[in-house]
Unconditional design. Structure first.
Length: 151
């Protein structure tokens, strides 16, 4: 299953999880939080890095989905383009209510992207390995975001 994912795509996706992991770590560890504050500053610790990076990634995923929509024709293409802008519009309209609410909004956004990914996958607009990558990465991201809500 994982072996069918191109190595570069897998490595880049795993590197893309690092800011979420760092945010979770600095949310539960005072030592990591203090280290991050000293080295990187307040924007790069705890929920702040998770929220700012999560917004970027959901917007990035809108672009990825737009690329998939270009592989469709007719009515499916129109629906694909509409679906592709949902993640970016979601973060635009749902963010700014506080760290916990915003984190929940990101989790909902990442789950929605996974559902849209599945739709494009079933329409054969994605690479064959796409869901093998997206399911575990999404699970990992929403789990790391969830740490910030629980703590």
């Amino acid at each position: 299953m994982i072996s069918s994912i191109p190595k570069v795509a897998l490595v880049l996706a795993l590197f893309g999880v690092i800011p979420f992991a760092w945010g979770a770590l600095t949310s539960i560890s005072a030592e990591a939080f203090n280290f991050g504050m000293d080295i990187f500053g307040a924007r790069f610790v705890g929920p702040f890095i998770q929220l700012s990076y999560g917004i970027i990634i959901l917007c990035f995923m809108s672009g990825v989905l737009w690329g998939f929509a270009t592989k469709m024709n007719g009515k499916s293409a129109g629906q694909g383009y509409i679906l592709s802008v949902i993640p970016a519009l979601w973060v635009f309209f749902s963010m700014g209510r506080g760290p916990v609410s915003d984190t929940i909004s990101l989790i909902v956004g990442f789950i929605a992207v996974l559902l849209i990914d599945r739709h494009f996958y079933l329409l054969k607009a994605t690479p064959n390995w796409w869901m093998n990558l997206r399911i575990p990465i999404t699970f990992l991201v929403i789990s790391l975001l969830g740490i910030g809500i629980i703590i």
